[in-house]
Write a protein that binds this ligand. Structure first.
Ligand SMILES: Cc1cc2nc3c(=O)[nH]c(=O)nc-3n(C[C@H](O)[C@H](O)[C@H](O)COP(=O)(O)O)c2cc1C
Length: 493
């Protein structure tokens, strides 16, 4: 026996000495490289150990959320918000114990005004569907769900993610917006109602010269599932900048759907080249509606607001039939696959300020009934959705909420093709973890539990259904430590 063990131990010892030697050699090479390079001061002053700084700061991005960040601390979404979505998506218990971890004092915090005599379950009614474009389009759309899926293009997100969302949307009875990357077979495969987004590059609806094609619009409108068309003016994460899909994510199929080269960065113009005024926008809305027969609206984040007066006055001149059937208002703090940081951080105002303003402007120009208001921007929990209903929104949409529902862990890698949960990557290995069938169910659970939780808030405020909520039902914290009814802050409706 010993004859066998001794040579084995000897080989092991030799290997060990060899490995240690190799590590020492490597450290010497790194040491020499670090002190002789001139680009990085930390490495030149602290050779070898200086590397730990960048290793720790990149690992910190992953570990902070587990070990160090408090429940209500992280951005863009904190653990409490993400946990609520994950539990809702898994149909798990969403109740919490002991007391709120939310600080209710900061200025702007919304607190719902509960009524002494809440609505009893037997008096509650179901959320009523709302018709969009009724009386103004050949094929108006009656939308059942108040909570729907916001635009995320096939390209920014993966095939299994699109399949999970489109199947989930069908199961939940909500709509799914294609985002600006065109209509893929996977959007249709799920059988959900689809809102087709016309981005500034007009992917999916452009002719060979890149202009809007009536022929392509008619082809799309022929799909029964395609219910509405949304012209994208801008989105909150990058106002004044078109879509950015890094070349690493432009696969052969995505290139074909968009009509661009494989592996090329897909950069959309920063506005529709043919829309330079309020009149042009109305012309485009009218043209798409005429060709498709379906409701048409536009999506924008608001910064400057004077143009809204020009726009609504122009509608006044042309008649209510020229108006958009809906406006989607995105928040300055909205999400994206990829965007320059200054635009992401500091350009475009949030819906907290702009949603009441938009609703009031529509009221002022007598267009409130005609133009439906859809809004998005961090509305991923019931309180946020209920706030938007109080402010006057008809519909709420979310992108990142639905990403969480299908497993997103906020790894912040959407721009890299390395998403660890397979949602924003076309890497087949990483997509393996995303089973569209299982995740579709989670999408549907999320919608159902969201609706149910918003109903609970509505009933607590004494109304029979969520759309009964208005500005009398929410108070907003002021910097003097006292709250004011939203109806006093924005008294128009
Ligand atoms: C991965 C990703 C891709 C997106 N792609 C689009 C797009 O193609 N078109 C668009 O209008 N908005 C796009 N958005 C923005 C969302 O539709 C939405 O307006 C924004 O994220 C705010 O909603 P949220 O806070 O619920 O995510 C994208 C967002 C994400 C996270």
């Amino acid at each position: 026996m010993m004859e066998l063990v001794t040579p084995f131990l000897e080989t092991l010892a030799t290997l060990f000495i060899f490995a240690v030697g190799l590590v020492i050699l490597l450290l010497v090479v790194v040491f020499i490289f670090d002190i002789s390079q001139r680009k990085n001061a930390v490495l030149r002053n602290y050779p070898v150990v200086g590397h730990f700084r960048s290793i720790f700061s990149s690992l910190g991005e992953f570990f902070r959320q587990y070990f160090f960040a408090m429940d209500r601390e992280e951005m863009p979404f904190n653990r409490a918000e993400r946990d609520w979505v994950h539990k809702a998506a898994n149909n798990a218990d969403t109740t919490v114990a002991f007391g709120s971890t939310k600080n209710l004092s900061p200025t702007g915090t919304a607190i719902f005004a509960n009524c002494p005599f809440p609505t009893l379950d037997e008096d509650a009614v179901e959320t009523r569907p709302i018709s969009i474009g009724e009386g103004f389009c050949k094929h108006p759309y009656t939308a059942k769900s108040l909570f729907n899926i916001s635009g995320m293009s096939f390209g920014a997100i993966s095939k299994p993610a699109v399949l999970a969302l489109s199947n989930g949307a069908r199961m939940a009875g909500c709509w799914y917006n294609t985002g600006e990357g065109g209509l893929s077979p996977y959007h249709l495969e799920g059988g959900a109602d689809i809102v087709f987004q016309i981005g500034t590059a007009k992917y999916g609806v452009r002719d060979l010269d890149g202009n809007l094609s009536d022929e392509k619009l008619s082809e799309l409108a022929a799909h029964k599932q395609v219910k509405m068309f949304e012209i994208k003016m801008s989105q909150g994460a990058k106002p004044g900048k078109g879509g950015i899909l890094p070349g690493a994510k432009v696969t052969a199929q995505i290139a074909e759907i968009r009509g661009i080269g494989i592996g090329e960065d897909s950069i959309s113009p920063n506005r529709h080249l043919d829309v330079a005024s309020a009149g042009d926008l109305l012309d485009m809305i009218g043209r798409v509606r005429k060709v498709t027969g379906k409701p048409v609206g536009f999506k924008s984040v608001l910064g400057a607001t004077d143009w809204l007066d020009d726009f609504f006055q122009e509608i006044g001149k042309r008649g209510a039939e020229s108006a958009p059937d809906f406006i989607t208002l995105d928040s300055g703090d909205g999400g994206t696959g990829a965007a320059p940081m200054p635009l992401l951080d500091n350009v475009g105002l949030t819906i907290k300020e702009m949603l009441p303003l938009l609703v009031d402007k529509l009221e002022q120009y007598n267009l409130r009934e005609r133009v439906k208001v859809i809004t998005s921007g961090k509305l991923i929990t019931p309180s946020e959705v209920a706030w938007a209903l109080c402010a006057g929104a008809d519909f709420i949409t979310s992108a990142r909420g639905f990403m969480f529902s299908i497993g997103c862990i906020q790894a912040l890698k959407c721009n890299k093709n390395t998403c660890p949960t397979g949602i924003t990557t076309h890497n087949k290995r990483l997509q393996k973890g995303l089973d569209p069938k299982d995740k579709a169910l989670k999408v549907a659970n999320y919608v159902h539990n969201m609706n149910h939780a918003v109903e609970i808030i509505a009933h607590s405020c004494g109304v029979k259904e969520p759309r009964g909520l208005n500005r009398e039902h929410v108070r907003i914290m002021q910097n003097n430590g006292r709250s004011v009814l939203m109806s006093e802050l924005y008294p128009k409706i």
